[in-house]
Design a protein around this ligand. Structure first.
Ligand SMILES: NC(=O)c1ccc[n+]([C@@H]2O[C@H](COP(=O)([O-])OP(=O)(O)OC[C@H]3O[C@@H](n4cnc5c(N)ncnc54)[C@H](OP(=O)(O)O)[C@@H]3O)[C@@H](O)[C@H]2O)c1
Length: 410
């Protein structure tokens, strides 16, 4: 058959010519609810080390808000410049599903395996990758389903076989599909930058603690013996954070010193410093003692980085994976060098880190924090809610080939 309905599964290995997918096109870049549209497209070919995954459920991630807006990068033009012909972006960077077809050099997964897919993608022939060093630092590295096409908003997603991890059996398709991008990113940030990794008793300041990354960070810190202090903007999120391991919670709306740090010789800087010190006091109150965070888990960026830098403990690390509020970084360098702090960029994860956090999920040390399950046709709306920061806490999913929520757990 040329095209199957979602949920109507063809015999394993018999790949239909066409498939359903949610796409962005350049002429509709803008609000995610309009940019993301359902279409029927050709099912992609796979290479020798690729797999085609029959997607049961997909996670919803912030990167595809950026893809919808067409900024800061037009991912379609970017790929076309690299020689790819498609004039659309079929995104999605997280999924649970069934291995449906495999390339002829694939050995780590087999037809019918139930998997989750992490989103670290790199050229198998990249000399850096072949040298055995961290592939996330390779020139060819891309984020699957954001910088590559045919991600998890497709009926059949194309991935590299190394991206596959076993699906935790106790989870439904949607709970399994919602977490790996944020979980693996949070894991690398917290456990990947030795010697600044979470150790017993360490305080960790977690911005956006009820968000996708934050909810997982709270639990990873706790599972490693650390003490997370959560930051939120809404009192209603307080209990959620406490339930997921936070030792205390700070409401950022109690402060107003946000944005780039003013010039240190200006009058405005004094005002900013007062705000930062008050935030530091709130941290002590949340922690229950006069302590500083050994790690600051950053992603808002421009708005919060100066405060993160001020609070970070001597010899500690501010680790950052995004600049949701802006890309201009300001830090008081006096505190940075005198107190020998580290400012570390971090991006997604390698296979080992994805496997390590997936094991924590399989061992039930970390919960995916599935907040809401959308239907396939609501993929645009899910991104719109995220764009407007009015989405539910934790991680969201959408059903793809799963026909109802709750299927897939055993
Ligand atoms: N590089 C990577 O590998 C990678 C991986 C995953 C995600 N990311 C990026 O990380 C960012 C967060 O992703 P996510 O999935 O956690 O998103 P999310 O679920 O929307 O959570 C982000 C949280 O940030 C907080 N926030 C919003 N505006 C803020 C502000 N002005 N100041 C402080 N906090 C603010 C919000 O919490 P409150 O309003 O309660 O404070 C929100 O819950 C996105 O930009 C995403 O693209 C990067």
């Amino acid at each position: 058959m040329e095209l199957y309905d979602l949920g109507d599964r063809p015999p394993l290995g018999e790949v239909p010519e066409k498939m359903h997918a949610f796409l962005v096109r350049q002429d509709r870049f803008g609000e995610p609810k309009d940019a993301w549209q359902r279409e029927v497209i050709d099912t992609p070919e796979i290479g020798p080390l690729d797999v085609l995954v029959y997607v049961m459920a997909t996670g919803i991630n912030y990167n595809n808000v950026w893809a919808a807006l067409g900024k800061p990068v037009d991912v379609i033009a970017d790929r076309q410049r690299k020689g790819e012909p498609e004039d659309f972006h079929a995104g999605g960077s997280d999924c649970s599903g069934i291995v449906f077809a495999v390339g002829d050099q694939v050995t780590n997964v087999h037809l019918g395996d139930e998997v989750v897919v992490h989103s670290g993608w790199w050229e198998p022939e990249d000399p850096w990758v072949l040298s055995g060093r961290d592939p996330m630092l390779a020139e060819s590295t891309r984020i699957w389903g954001y910088q590559t096409n045919y991600g998890s908003y497709c009926q059949f997603a194309r991935a590299q076989s190394h991206q596959c991890q076993p699906k935790p059996k106790h989870l439904s398709w949607e709970a399994a599909g919602c977490y790996l991008l944020c979980a693996s990113t949070a894991y690398r940030m917290l456990m990947g930058w030795s010697p600044n990794v979470v150790e017993e008793g360490d305080y960790v300041l977690v911005w956006g603690a009820a968000g996708g990354l934050g909810a997982l960070a709270l639990q990873i810190v706790t599972a490693n013996g650390g003490k997370p202090v959560a930051v939120v903007s809404d009192e209603e999120k307080r209990q959620f954070c406490l339930d997921h391991g936070a030792v205390g919670v700070i409401n950022r709306n109690d402060f107003d010193h946000w944005g780039p740090m003013p010039d240190t010789s200006s009058k405005e800087w004094g005002q900013w410093f007062k705000g930062a010190r008050a935030f530091g006091k709130a941290f002590w109150e949340a922690a229950g003692e006069k302590a500083s965070p050994r790690i600051v888990f950053e992603h808002p960026g421009e708005a919060t980085l100066p405060t993160s830098g001020f609070l970070c403990a001597t010899g500690g690390m501010i680790v950052i994976c995004a600049g949701t509020t802006g890309y201009t970084a300001t830090l008081d360098l006096r505190y940075h060098w005198m107190r020998q702090k580290r400012f570390q960029g971090s991006h997604l994860s390698n296979d080992e880190q994805a496997a390590a956090v997936n094991r924590m999920i399989m061992d039930r040390k970390v919960d995916p924090c599935l907040s809401h399950t959308f239907s396939f046709d609501e993929i645009g709306e899910a991104h719109q809610q995220m764009y407007e920061n009015r989405h539910p806490y934790g991680n969201m999913a959408a059903l793809v080939n799963a026909t109802e929520p709750g299927q897939g757990a055993s």
